[in-house]
Design a protein around this ligand. Sequence first.
Ligand code: GDP
Ligand code: GDP
Length: 455
Amino acid sequence: MSQAEGASSGASSDAPSGAPSAPGPTPTVAIVGRPNVGKSTLFNRLVGRRQAIVHDQPGVTRDRITAHLELDGGRVCALVDTGGLVPGDDPIGLNQQVELAVEESDLLVLVVDGREGLVSADETVWSHLRRSGKPAVLVVNKGDTREAQERFDEFHRLGIPDVVLVSAEHGVGVGDLHDLLGERLPDTAGEAVDPDLPAVAIVGRPNVGKSSLVNRIVGAHRVLVSPVAGTTRDPVDSVVEHAGERYLLVDTAGIRRRSQVTGAAEELAVMMARRQIERAQLAVLVVDAAAGITTGDLAIAGSIWELGRAAVVAVNKWDLLDDEAREELEKGWPRLDQILASPPRVNTSALSGRAVDKLFPALQRTLEAYQTTLPTAEVNRLFEQAVRRNSPPLVKKRPWKLFYATQVSTGPPTFMVFANQSLPLRHNYRRYLENRLRQELELPGVPIRLVIRKR
Ligand code: GDP
Ligand code: GDP
């Protein structure tokens, strides 16, 4: 179990008995900011002595501390004090702890030191945190000091709409903050996850921009949902919605976290991709436009295909392309195109946001194609047509002869073909039939399976 999962269950299932229980998962508020701005003081002030039921999670440099905080209307949230986020050097991995807490939270409370005014470290911290796409409330602390009162306006430069001045130490303004948290925290009854949601994996080599892309998508399209008993929704997944359609993005937390692991070997990345692909119906293979199509990309494409999943390719970092790199990319493209049977391709820039939303229509079309179901008469018409266009070869010195075919399953579309003899798995004619069908049915990026039975 990863630390993230452990921590999140600590926040909800360890609820002290007697605490009012909220429907659905407990929403989580993370207090973040540089060291010494007053986060712990604020935490204690918000939670109050009466409710200060504190869980220490051992084994980390500064333990993350969680308490349950009662909001208006009997709702409860988990409040997490994250320790300090230190800009720059981070030899003890403090920031990673904070990342995990941020990842699991529904709302951030960014605390800054009003006495110091806005310092560049605050801007660094915020520019990093905002990538999470989480809503945030800005708390200017030490409001009891003259400096804080005078310099309060500086903090609007961070661009966070909700700004409150408090004195954690003296309890001034903390009530207002408490109310604001109740207002800003999404209503957490949430909606149940539909277990039939199509699952999408975002995969690719390290550094191609997966986590940037996921942040873009999740930041703009996330839907708050609660797990339903009996479903296996993993807390590291996200449900996103676009144009009324919902998708389960598998392992979004993992994608973001892994990008922190620098220098992860490429083979390892290929293996990890495989695990994600197994959980999905469709994989978005992200490649780096400026790097061209590499053997690592082809290896992951091979996994997608071999596992029988549909594919869409995001050619990311499109903003970095110059003429030369573009030529190189297009030269390498046909190999990928062949492995994935002409997958839909979207040229994106996760950095600028270019074309990121165009991934959705491509996903939708490809997922529908993946679930194609045909009546038997149509299946036979297509196979007979294919055979007429290109006569079957001799197999073991005898002409191969098709009797009839029928679709036996979908996702991927799978056909049972009865013939006078079977066809070896890698036989050209088998591939021809698959390709012919795919073209006729317009199923780019969708694998087709043929099961050939001797009759
Ligand atoms: P953290 O590292 O962000 O958790 O910060 P602490 O809560 O440990 O506080 C850092 C220092 O700021 C301590 O010396 C606190 O007494 C002081 N401090 C916290 N809140 C206030 C406040 O509202 N006003 C003033 N003047 N000092 C505060
Ligand atoms: P991951 O390892 O695949 O998750 O990649 P990251 O999302 O961590 O991105 C790796 C690096 O590429 C980061 O420095 C990103 O800022 C950068 N990056 C990601 N997408 C783009 C893009 O579309 N254009 C440019 N120029 N840089 C990008």
